[in-house]
Design a protein around this ligand. Structure first.
Ligand code: MGD
Ligand code: MGD
Ligand code: MO
Length: 760
């Protein structure tokens, strides 16, 4: 299988390379932000919009899920948040004329960057069977097409309802209600590709799949370990929290195969002092080999057990289960095996241990570097073992901190967007609405693709996102999507998923976070939940990108009426008119949301959801205690002459949305088809810096996948490892290569061969 870059792209991918930087944010970041924002929004709109980001009377930044401090800055956004806002609040428009000028074959030949740059979609568009072009369609007709196809299915389980994590609580609640009234739990979401491994590991061990720390905890920690995360690019506001923690005396260990600029030094653009000098963040950099984290934490656990008085015995006795089995496994940890798995030295691990033992309050933060491997779930369980040993859960300044991606991905799950819902959740839903939800599990992202591929799923509906762009095994996935009878995308901007369609297709344009949302009862707001379980309101203030847009809750409500008709007793019309009525229902179905509307009114900054381990050291697991686990240690084995490739984000992208072709901190400019390789590994493979290579992934069933024409960049990554950007490299990730238990695509461990070639 070979995947070439789309040929119709006018933008040349011609990377230039300079040495990587050692500090993040500061003045260049501010200048860069304004340039990008003003190109899309103009000067006045830029000022007016950016001043509302993350303010109590404004909208939640559509960038990441990092929380806002209670005391806000005037400019409570980061460089990359501003890019996300500019991308949505752009003045560019994609009208029906655009679709008349660009047939499907043309759209399919464009890069994701080009598609995104065309602007906001203004009208519902329909691609009839066999047609070459999308044509404008009324909303009524669009919903009639959906109803026709959904009603024609032989089982509700032939439909798939995907959600990307930007969707509000209100829209997500309605979507899962609709799916269950319709009769399926097929609610795959972006979380399946993202923090599913965290949720799986945490649910089992501490009884709740969410992080246990607040911003205040970070500020109070003695030691913060940041593993498998690049906050300088993906959660820049986190750097302010790390800076504050450091100022209060915390130490930071970074565990990463790459030396990421943001973790080295942070020049806070919000303080004059920070702008000039900047604060060093990392005290100890553990340049780990990809996939070595479970081995590292296992050995640290053994070393803690071997140290007199290091274990919090009272906590272990009162609050945990499975200690004996765990200690037996941990005591067997082996230095030599750990050094081989991690690529670290004995001295580095001993230094880490000293810092761990000196800390009374430890937090571990992580993101995709820990979640997207075959052994991600046992890796995160080992992190939990590590924290439990010293009683670091459920006390100030300590805990687990999975740092979420999309701005409301955590809230969507809370609202019931999950293919394997808890029976108690369905019971509450059924009682509230007088329905009978299906109890059998639905399909996650990977299983949805398999079902489309095998003809078992026939209608695909997406509430946001870019399904074919974000999922693995691009060629398999695109072929699968083309087999669908109908594909529907609720979207703000064009992307690859609009060009790779089923037999019929619909694009339903919707309001974004920045748009004002007015319904029959007046101006509406929506709510979101951040990475630390804080729920708050989000209000857009810009005139909508077009008068033809419907909000996401309105789209679900109208779809439900068209599809379910008299079968449904749910007041969909009322929900569309007044979102407060949706929140009243959420309050009665979802734990922690009692008096939802009243609490929002009383707390403009939002309120925190309950979290039993954090709040009362209570662990709602099967054993009623926090569970130690004792999985065998795993790490990827890489055959001779091959490298282990991770697929990651550049500084100029938001997942599949490409803002530009630079990755400033890593010294890359003007192109994305680069592969970062350690100079000695590259030399051993006979590849000079600047040489071009094909990336060929080798899967255990003997199949090969190829991404052609990547410029080799000599880069100080861990030995034996390589890195290249997603989504260009998704083609290399086999659909079957997933994490055990969570089924998350193993996008951070792809065995590749590098073959000398030329620019694609
Ligand atoms: N500007 C911007 N912000 C974003 C996004 C975006 O695309 N752009 N995406 C959002 C989303 S949905 C998400 S999920 C988050 C993603 O946030 P991140 O997880 O920070 O994103 P990645 O670029 O995938 O970076 C993975 C990091 O893990 C490291 N890593 C890779 N493999 C390993 C390993 O085996 N062990 C260790 N210890 N480290 C490893 C990589 O070197 C890299 O630093 O960001 C969110 N915020
Ligand atoms: N190889 C590889 N693959 C990965 C990853 C990786 O690290 N490596 N990361 C994975 C992760 S962590 C994630 S979260 C997924 C992301 O998967 P998705 O969430 O599906 O992808 P995005 O690129 O974030 O989706 C962008 C699209 O969302 C639409 N959109 C934007 N705002 C709105 C809105 O307000 N409403 C609606 N309805 N639509 C909107 C726009 O049309 C835009 O084109 O990708 C995963 N895929
Ligand atoms: Mo994500």
């Amino acid at each position: 299988m070979v995947s070439k870059p789309p040929a119709g792209d006018p933008v040349q991918d011609a990377p230039q390379v300079a040495p990587p930087q050692h500090a993040a944010a500061g003045l260049p970041a501010v200048g860069h932000t304004l340039k990008i924002a003003q190109a899309q929004m103009g000067v006045r709109r830029t000022a007016r919009t950016l001043l509302k980001v993350n303010q109590k009377d404004g909208f939640d930044c559509p960038g990441c899920a990092w929380p806002e401090a209670d005391k806000r800055h005037v400019a409570e956004f980061c460089e990359n948040g501003a890019k996300a806002v500019a991308e949505e609040a752009t003045l560019r428009r994609v009208t029906p004329d655009f679709f008349a000028a660009h047939p499907l074959s043309d759209l399919a030949n464009r890069s994701g960057y080009w598609l995104g740059q065309q602007g906001r979609i203004t009208q519902p568009m329909y691609l009839p069977e066999g047609a070459e072009r999308y044509e404008a369609v009324t909303w009524e007709r669009a919903f009639a097409v959906i109803a026709e196809e959904l009603r024609a299915l032989s089982s509700p389980d032939e439909a798939l309802f995907y959600t990307s994590g930007r969707t509000s609580n209100e829209a997500a609640f309605l979507l899962q209600l609709f799916a269950r009234e319709f009769g399926t739990n097929n609610l795959p979401d972006c979380s399946n590709m993202c923090h599913e491994s965290s949720g799986s590991a945490l649910n089992e061990t501490i009884g709740i799949g969410k992080g246990s720390v607040s911003l205040e905890d970070l500020h109070q920690a003695d030691l913060i370990i940041v593993a498998g995360q690049n906050p300088g690019t993906n959660h820049p506001r986190m750097l302010s929290a790390l800076e504050k923690a450091k100022a209060a005396g915390a130490r930071i260990i970074s565990v990463n195969p790459l030396p990421e600029a943001g973790l080295e030094k942070f020049k806070n653009p919000q303080t004059p002092q920070g702008m000039l000098k900047g604060a060093s963040l990392t005290d100890l950099f553990l340049q780990i080999r990809i996939g070595g984290d479970q081995a590292l934490f296992r050995l640290l656990n053994k070393l803690i057990l071997d140290t007199e008085g290091a274990v919090d015995e009272e906590f272990v006795r009162e609050h945990t289960h499975g200690y004996e089995e765990f200690t037996a496994a941990a005591r067997a940890a082996d230095w030599d095996e750990t050094l081989a798995a991690t690529g670290l030295t004995r001295g580095e691990i001993e230094r880490a241990l000293e810092m761990v033992l000196a800390s009374q309050r430890t937090i571990v933060c992580w993101a995709m570097g820990l979640t997207q491997h075959k052994h991600s779930v046992p890796t995160i369980r080992e992190v939990v073992n590590f924290l439990l040993l010293r009683g670091n859960i459920g006390r100030p300044g300590a805990g687990v901190c999975p740092v979420r991606g999309h701005s409301n991905v955590q809230g969507d799950r809370t609202m019931g967007i999950f293919e394997r819902p808890a029976p108690a959740f369905l019971d509450a839903l059924d009682k509230e609405f007088g329905i009978v939800s299906p109890r059998h599990h639905g399909l996650d992202v990977v299983r949805s693709i398999q079902a489309l591929r095998d003809g078992e799923a026939k209608v695909f509906f997406a509430m946001g996102g870019n399904f074919v762009g974000a999922t693995p095994d691009t060629e398999v996935t695109e072929a699968a999507m083309r087999r669908a009878r109908l594909t529907v995308h609720v979207s703000t901007k064009l992307n690859r998923s609009h060009a790779v369609t089923g037999r019929r297709a619909l694009i339903l344009p919707t309001l974004g976070r920045t748009d004002k949302d007015v319904q029959a009862s007046g101006k509406q707001f929506v709510t979101v939940e951040d990475s630390m379980g804080l729920v708050h309101a989000s209000r857009g203030n810009l005139p909508p990108a077009s008068p033809h847009l419907l909000s996401e809750p309105a789209i679900v409500a109208r779809m439900a009426r068209a599809v379910l008709g008299a079968r449904s007793a749910t007041p969909w019309e009322e929900f569309e008119k007044d979102y407060a009525t949706i929140r009243d229902r959420i309050a009665r179905v979802v734990p922690g949301f009692d008096d939802f509307n009243a609490r929002l009114a009383a707390n403009p900054g939002g309120f925190a959801l309950p979290h039993a381990p954090r709040d009362e050291r209570r662990f709602p697991t099967a054993t009623g205690k926090a569970n130690f686990t004792a999985a065998p240690v795993e790490y990827p084995e890489v055959p001779e002459g091959r490298l282990l490739l991770q697929t990651l984000r550049s500084h100029d992208q938001y997942n599949t949305t490409i803002y530009g072709l630079d990755d400033r901190y890593r010294g890359i400019k003007g192109g994305r088809r680069v592969v970062l390789v350690h100079p000695q590994d590259a030399a051993a493979l006979g590849l000079a810096d600047g040489a071009y290579t094909d990336l060929v992934s080798e899967w255990k069933d003997g199949s090969e996948r190829r991404a052609p024409g990547f410029r080799v960049v000599y880069y100080p990554t861990a030995r034996g490892c390589a890195a290249a950007y997603y989504p260009e490299t998704n083609v290399l990730v086999p659909l079957e290569s997933t994490a055990d238990v969570s089924n998350t695509p193993a996008s951070k461990s792809v065995v590749v061969r590098l073959e000398q070639s030329q620019p694609a």
